[in-house]
Design a protein around this ligand. Structure first.
Ligand SMILES: C[S@@+](CC[C@H](N)C(=O)[O-])C[C@H]1O[C@@H](n2cnc3c(N)ncnc32)[C@H](O)[C@@H]1O
Length: 227
């Protein structure tokens, strides 16, 4: 409605009170959200958005790590590392002689992750501030690029994936996990990529499908090897 617009009785909207149960639960939700905003920083909210309360149940991180077949000493990139949900698990898998590059374009999340890395005393994690079109990884050095719930964020994916090849060692692999679009939230906001799109784009840019895993209820999980 424009300012100063008068409302005639004919056009005046009628306000019906919300049912009491709805107003109560909305108020509680608002209160909880305000409390959360008041007591936590932006990075905490992002962590909550990425990890939720029950992620371990549907994410099955131990099984994911096992399926990646990481060798001690491997160089792994966690592309779109966010709050580091997988970063520390990957660092445990590569061991003290390996290395994990935690790559993200979000400087705030990177700073929060770097703090955790220091607090937990991990020597084998390097946090990398990437550019949207460039992960900032060393050339010909990575054994495995691993990316969860990030693929749908990548812009100009075909060009991006072609560039990624130069960071991989010969026979290097890339593992993509993304939402499959069956959850209403991911579907509504486009936070997903179909298995077919991922396969088409990776194959187009010179990767061969190595393994297709189907134990994750909400996500596609595909592993490719560099041609
Ligand atoms: C939904 S979060 C997922 C975080 C983490 N992988 C996880 O599973 O919890 C997506 C992350 O991708 C990052 N991101 C988006 N575009 C990116 C890009 N081009 N390069 C690197 N990271 C990117 C975002 O900043 C965000 O932290």
């Amino acid at each position: 409605m424009r300012r100063n617009q008068t409302i005639s009785p004919k056009t005046a909207p009628t306000f019906r009170p919300l049912p009491i149960s709805l107003t109560k639960s909305s108020t509680l939700l608002c209160l909880a959200f305000t409390l959360l905003l008041g007591t936590s920083g932006c990075t905490d909210l992002k962590r909550l958005a990425y990890e939720g309360f029950d992620r371990d149940e549907w994410q099955q991180p131990e099984q994911v790590i096992k399926a990646l077949k990481i060798e001690p000493g491997d160089q792994v990139a966690d592309l779109g590392s966010g709050s580091g949900y997988f970063t520390f698990r990957l660092a445990d898998a590569v061991g003290p002689n390996g290395k994990v590059y935690a790559v993200d374009i979000d400087a705030e999340m990177n700073a929060a992750l770097a703090e955790q890395v220091q607090e937990k005393g991990y020597q084998n994690i390097e946090v990398v501030l990437a550019q949207p079109h460039d992960p900032g990884l060393p050339d010909n050095s990575i054994d495995l690029i691993f990316s969860t719930n990030t693929y749908h964020h990548l812009e100009q994916r075909v060009a991006y994936l072609a560039n990624l090849k130069q960071d991989l060692q010969p026979n290097g692999r890339i593992a993509i996990i993304d939402f499959n679009g069956e959850g209403w939230f991911q579907h509504l906001f486009g936070h997903y990529t179909s298995s077919e799109s991922i396969q088409r784009e990776l194959q187009e840019t010179g990767y061969t499908l190595e393994t297709k895993l189907d134990f994750l209820p909400k996500q596609v999980f595909l592993i490719f090897v560099r041609n």
